[in-house]
Design a protein around this ligand. Structure first.
Ligand code: TRP
Ligand code: ZN
Length: 881
């Protein structure tokens, strides 16, 4: 059975022929045979008058239909049409009541979409199109209804029964069963429906909103995990306070629930009042979770909570508008993290991730606009572009309109659209109208794919005392979009004088009198010139400050100018960027030397600048850590052509080894200074110190003599927290005899699934010989399961996406292994299979031998029988390059 789907096109949107006013659902929960009865109050949509007698077409998948009743009368099989995707009923009055009974087998549902079982408990996942696996319905986001849900289940096995909204009743039934009824007072699309049933325990707390309402906060986890919930609970409090203070948005129900589940396709889901989370984004204590895990939890909790307004109260008209809620909510969670933590660190980390993943996506076969025009499978569009580039697009409104202007736009957006399903254009209109701004050209950020490139040149005229910045913008062709129009781009700039201070900026012809030292230039044309006046010396330009737009920028800095910016720029992002550019330059040069068979050379200027960073104790250790970290292999890969990944890896290691040798003294001194033996604390200062300490350790770990080995072993043994222990284990895993430490780690943490994920990843990303056989052997480990997405990501995903050297082994076994896993997973969980298949996207960038090998594996996947539409879409686009 091939389930290849038709392409869905954005411009084909039509309003639904019917609307649903009310949904009353009853679930009789049983692992293998759950009965779902749905009573729908359905009305013809007055706004869709063109189709006055259209039949009612309901979506449904993998359901067994028991009965259909129309206005109380059971329909015979000739009174409707049924296929494996739809239930179609003709001759319907303007308002009807439809009652549908269906059965499903949740225990056999390995797709983790719809209703499924995880560790004996029931969960649902309905976004984007999972509700149709629960019952026949108008499963599209512009159909918003009021839901009530009654859950019936065995009381001993499923003591906790949860759904959206408020709990309004409960009681006992025969056969040891009980029931609970939930009412959600807010209209919502079906993708926000959720239920949970099982043996769970909860941590509870209260939040009093600014207007004085009390909200009960409840986090549900499997027994034994309550000690890992306080950080998530603290994150809820912070998120609620922040959204009230920054956007004036309060929570709107009496209860806010989070439930953690270990089998989950993504990070978390914002179902109304009942968010369901991957355990990875809930459970944490210092012994088991790293600082990065703690940060991840804080931001995902915030993200899902913020969706209550940006996503739920105002939702998407259709799935092409996904970034309306996701880009905006990512922007909001990034701003939250910046306000409660370090803004500079947050920005640099976000930009680093955007460039590594989204820029690559935008340059590859799946490049698509923030608002895509077509899809075969919507699950494939939960992408870096829709989320992270979408967040950058929202950030640009704030950059162009200012913080207050942005807030005005948000207020107008909610005023106009609360309770509606709307489009990205509606959001843009609210921003424009609230500020009287012209955002017509800005619309191109939603419709054009590809990463714009800014070529910048600077010219100083000593006689006229002017400095002219010339900016040319272009955007590469992407699939289906050969020619691009110029974007409206905010470009933040400053000019630094020779003493390192930013100079007052006045633009020729400008009427500004305040001599600001930083300003946002607005680019609208393919080429523009900005003349700054009154400058007594040739300045060094600081460009794209705070990464003011999601673009690439080229400016011919000298090495000296880069070290000058590293030391002086008052914009933390630009300062980090100077270090990053310098490191990129030396890695590319190193790669070129490697290709000529020459040794890799690290320029003394770079070593000196890095040494000064280590020695300056007045600097924020977190920023120093970020500046010292070399660009990743993946990022470097994107910057090269005809890539030999083995050489790339080797060159990067040689650079690290050179740093370890040449900066040994300062690295050791910094390590010792920060390794103060103080007991673990999770606060910004302590996290910053650990980050620099462990960056030093990682670099030193590239040359493991007796002194460094002892440091590693001591840190591994003595650490009172997972951040330090894992940092040591990572370096030890590349040493000659890691077995003792890996065994000790597994022994200690064998019962903690999330910690075992780290153990799998460390081995999958190790550089030692024989990693692939190790990965294959680990697939048989009792803690591994191919059905669990976290395990697949930790072991298989880590090997295919983060182990350049071994995944790209010249014998092609790495590729064959990945293809086998894609085919195996496709039968179980198409979403996860499709994500893994994307590891083949960049085959045209490889040198010819590997290019052919990888393409061969893609062809093998494409030819395998019964491929899902998810994997089919990814693989066929990858082959079309
Ligand atoms: N809307 C969710 C978020 O961004 C993500 C999501 C979409 C999801 N589809 C999913 C999560 C499927 C789990 C499974 O927060
Ligand atoms: Zn989201």
């Amino acid at each position: 059975m091939t389930v290849t789907r038709q392409t869905v096109s954005r411009l084909d949107y039509t309003p639904p022929a019917f609307l649903v006013d009310r949904v009353d659902l009853t679930f009789e929960l049983d692992e293998h045979n759950t009965l779902v009865t749905s009573r729908l109050v359905i009305k013809r949509n007055p706004a869709a008058s063109a189709v006055a007698d259209a039949p009612l077409v309901l979506d449904g998948e993998a359901l067994v239909l028991e009965s259909v009743k129309l206005d109380g009368r059971v329909l015979g099989p000739h009174e409707y049409e049924l296929n494996d995707r739809q239930l179609c009923i003709g001759g319907i009055a303007d308002e009807v009541i439809l009652e549908i009974a269906t059965r499903t087998d949740p225990a056999r549902n390995t797709s983790l979409m719809g209703l499924y079982v995880s560790n004996g408990n029931f969960f649902t996942q309905c976004e984007a199109e999972g509700f149709r696996k629960i019952t026949y319905y108008l499963d599209r986001p512009d159909v918003m209804a009021k839901f009530t849900t009654t859950l019936i289940a065995d009381k001993a096995k499923y003591p906790v029964l949860l759904s959206n909204g408020n709990r309004v009743g409960e009681g006992q039934l025969d056969k040891n069963r009980h029931w609970v009824k939930w009412v959600d007072p807010f209209r919502k699309p079906a993708y926000l429906f959720a239920l949970v049933a099982g043996k769970l325990v909860s941590l509870t707390d209260k939040h009093v909103t600014g207007s004085g309402r009390t909200v009960s906060l409840e986090i549900y986890v499997e027994p034994g995990n309550l000690d890992k919930c306080p950080h998530a609970m603290a994150s809820i409090h912070k998120s609620m306070q922040w959204d009230e203070a920054r956007f004036g948005l309060e929570y709107d129900l009496d209860t806010y629930m989070i439930v953690a589940v270990s089998d989950f396709n993504m990070g978390a889901m914002e179902n109304k009042g009942l968010n369901i989370f991957n355990t990875k984004y809930v459970l944490a204590k210092p012994e088991t979770a790293t600082d990065a895990d703690f940060d991840g939890i804080e931001s995902v909790v915030a993200h899902e909570y913020f969706h209550n307004w940006t996503g739920n109260r105002v939702t998407c008209r259709d799935w092409f508008q996904l970034s309306l809620k996701e880009g905006l909510t990512v922007y909001r969670d990034q701003e939250f993290s910046s306000d409660v933590g370090s803004r500079a660190v947050q920005r640099i980390q976000n930009v680093r991730a955007l460039r590594e993943h989204q820029f690559a996506e935008d340059a590859g076969p799946q490049a698509h606009p923030v608002r895509p025009d077509a899809y075969q499978e919507i699950n494939n569009f939960y992408t870096w572009t829709v989320y992270e580039k979408g967040a950058e697009v929202v950030r640009m409104y704030a950059t162009l309109l200012g913080r207050e202007g942005f807030r005005k736009g948000m207020d107008l957006y909610f005023k106009r659209h609360d309770g509606q399903a709307v489009t990205c254009d509606d959001f843009r209109a609210a921003m424009a109208d609230a500020n009287g701004a012209d955002l017509e050209q800005f619309a191109l950020w939603y419709s054009q794919a590809g990463t714009p490139l800014l070529d910048v040149a600077g010219a100083y005229d000593a006689t006229a005392r002017t400095y002219t910045l010339s900016v040319r913008q272009s955007c590469p062709a992407t699939p289906g979009q050969a020619d691009k129009q110029p974007f409206h781009i905010p470009l933040a700039v400053a000019l630094l004088g020779s003493d390192g201070t930013p100079l007052p900026l006045s633009l020729a012809g400008g009427h500004d009198t305040d001599a600001a030292t930083s300003r946002v230039l607005q680019l609208r044309q393919a080429e523009e010139h900005f003349v700054f006046t009154g400058l007594n010396e040739r300045p060094v330009p600081s460009l794209l400050r705070d990464f003011s737009a999601p673009v690439r920028l080229r400016y011919p800095y000298t090495d000296e100018e880069l070290t000058f910016l590293m030391a002086n720029d008052d914009d933390a992002f630009a300062r980090w960027e100077a270090a990053n550019s310098y490191a990129m330059r030396l890695l590319r040069d190193g790669y070129a030397s490697g290709q000529r068979g020459e040794a890799v050379h690290v320029p003394p200027g770079y070593l000196a600048a890095a040494g000064r960073l280590l020695e300056d104790e007045t600097l924020d250790p977190a920023l120093v850590a970020l500046m010292l970290e070399l660009p990743s292999e993946q990022y470097l890969f994107e910057a090269l052509d005809d890539v030999d990944p083995a050489l790339l890896s080797k060159v990067r290691i040689e650079v690290l080894q050179t740093l370890a040798r040449e900066l040994r003294g300062p690295l050791l001194a910094t390590y010792q200074r920060l390794n103060d033996g103080a007991p673990y604390r999770f606060d910004a200062a302590a996290v910053a110190r650990r980050s620099l300490k462990n960056v030093c350790l990682a670099i030193l770990g590239e040359r493991q003599g007796p002194v460094v080995s002892e440091l590693l072993i001591n840190q591994y043994r003595r650490a009172d927290n997972m951040t330090d222990r894992l940092a040591a284990l990572k370096a030890l895993a590349n040493s000659e005899h890691p077995e003792e430490y890996l065994a000790d780690f597994a022994q200690t943490w064998q019962d903690d699934a999330l910690v075992m994920d780290k153990w799998f990843s460390i081995q999958a990303t190790s550089r030692r010989a024989g990693v692939l056989s190790r990965v294959q052997a680990l697939m048989g480990h009792p803690a591994f399961s191919i059905r669990n997405p976290n395990k697949v990501r930790a072991l298989i995903g880590a090997f295919c996406q983060q182990n350049l050297q071994h995944f790209h082994a010249l014998d092609g076994y790495g590729y064959a292994f990945a293809a086998d896993r894609v085919i195996e997973l496709d039968r179980l969980n198409p979403q996860i299979a499709a994500r893994l298949a994307a590891c083949f996207n960049r085959w045209p960038k490889l040198e010819p031998v590997r290019r052919a090998l990888m393409k061969g594996e893609l062809e093998r996947i494409a030819a395998s029988a019964g491929l899902s539409s998810d994997t089919h879409e990814i693989v066929s686009k990858a082959l079309q390059q």
